[in-house]
Design a protein around this ligand. Structure first.
Ligand SMILES: *Cc1c(COP(=O)(O)O)cnc(C)c1O
Length: 387
């Protein structure tokens, strides 16, 4: 961090300045993208801090500094995807270790726990109850990690990060929070007790649906040692151009999240009590089951709104007729998207498990973008009329 950007600065300032120090030789306001795989040495072993771009690249280091700064973390590491970031954190576990995760985690995280890391002797157990006590009940002396997302996908349940963090720490375990949905603009898990924060920067941090990326940040510098080792040793690193895109995205994160939140709140209120809908789910709506916790833990409700139709057929018709919103997987970009999780993102989860969790065929997830709110409302209204 340069002396013109202090740790006391607020997120919107740090997001724009950290890792973006003007070049001392040219005065570039935006540092160049270091498109190089290797670095010249003046004598064997004598270099300027960079040897080979898997181990370190100036564009990636700049992004990592900025990620750590916006997450209020001791350090950050950048990865080729959210999944590679997840694998690096899970890679810190040893055979015989148990990990407790909230059952409704991102499908790829669930798949990695069940079908990759169990093969290496890691024992994942899942709870479908958001209450901190349900994590407490599963703790034993092999428990080394608790993994959660808040808000969750697509039901937007919020989990009590400080309470679950205390449970983890009393057991000598670490808490990991996937902060992809909230982003550091709305929720700071490290300040709430999380030891690791993981991101799919593909979503809000990149923010423009044009790059796949991931990040890990840590509350305590000592935790970065193993993560950085795994980043280099297993090699799931992003290229310099992808780092540049993510860093460019972070610069407008605060501004974008403000607009995502106001648009999403306006849409949640607009759709609430619609005759074709059984339920509108948004953390900052008073009807949300975790409303008080959400208001305590986050400074905005986020950009995701989930709507549950009374009829499955209506949900499908709605998806076919939406126009400004695009029917597509993923989320967190500036453009509004609609997703039918049961058929699209959550299709790999067996129907009984999916339905028990509330992800029914009549549920539709909206990733509300930053377009004009009147156009978004009009689009939803015309698609609902045809549903
Ligand atoms: C998308 C996503 C991931 C996985 O990230 P990729 O960049 O797709 O590998 C992990 N967690 C959450 C909450 C996500 O939405």
């Amino acid at each position: 961090m340069s002396d013109h950007t202090k740790n006391t600065h607020k997120l919107a300032t740090r997001a724009i300045h950290v890792g973006q120090e003007p070049d001392p030789n040219t005065g570039d306001i935006v540092p160049p993208i270091h498109l190089t795989s290797t670095f010249r040495q003046s004598a064997p072993g004598q270099h300027r801090g960079f040897e080979y771009s898997r181990s370190g690249n100036p564009t990636r280091i700049a992004l990592e500094k900025c990620l750590a700064s916006v997450e209020r973390a001791a350090a950050g590491a950048s990865f080729a995807s959210g999944s590679a970031a997840t694998a690096a954190i899970l890679g810190t576990l040893a055979p015989g270790d148990k990990i407790i995760a909230y059952g409704d985690v991102y499908g790829g995280t669930f798949r990695m726990l069940k079908h990759v890391f169990t093969g290496y002797g890691i024992d994942p157990v899942f709870t479908d109850d958001t209450a901190p006590e349900s994590f407490q009940r599963l703790i034993d002396d092999r428990t080394k990690m608790i993994w959660l997302e808040s808000p969750t996908n697509p039901l937007l349940r919020c989990l009590d990060i400080p309470a679950i963090g205390r449970i983890a720490h009393e057991a000598g375990a670490v808490l990991v929070v996937d902060n992809t949905f909230a982003t550091p603009a709305l929720q700071l898990p490290h300040e709430l007790g999380a030891d690791y924060v993981v991101h799919s920067t593909t979503k809000y941090i990149g923010g423009h649906s044009d790059v796949i990326g991931g990040a890990v940040t840590v509350r305590d510098e000592s935790l970065m040692e193993r993560v950085a080792f795994l980043q280099n040793a297993t090699g799931g690193v992003p290229g310099p151009f992808d780092c540049y895109l993510q860093h460019r995205g972070i610069k407008t994160l605060a501004l974008r999240m403000e607009r995502h939140c106001t648009n999403a709140m306006a849409i949640a209120e607009h759709l609430d009590n619609h005759p074709k809908l059984a339920r509108v789910v948004y953390p900052f709506l008073p009807s949300h089951p975790d409303h008080d916790l959400a208001r305590r833990q986050m400074c905005g409700g986020g950009g995701m709104v989930t709507i549950v139709f009374k009829e499955t057929q209506a949900a499908l018709k709605f998806c076919e007729n939406i126009r400004v919103f695009a029917l597509a997987e993923s989320l967190g970009g500036i453009e509004s998207l609609v997703c039918h999780p049961a058929i699209m993102t959550h299709a790999s989860i067996p129907k009984e498990i999916r339905e028990a969790r509330g992800v029914t065929d009549s549920l539709v997830r909206l990733s509300v973008g930053i377009e004009d709110i009147d156009d978004l409302k009009a689009d939803l209204d015309q698609a609902l009329a045809k549903a």
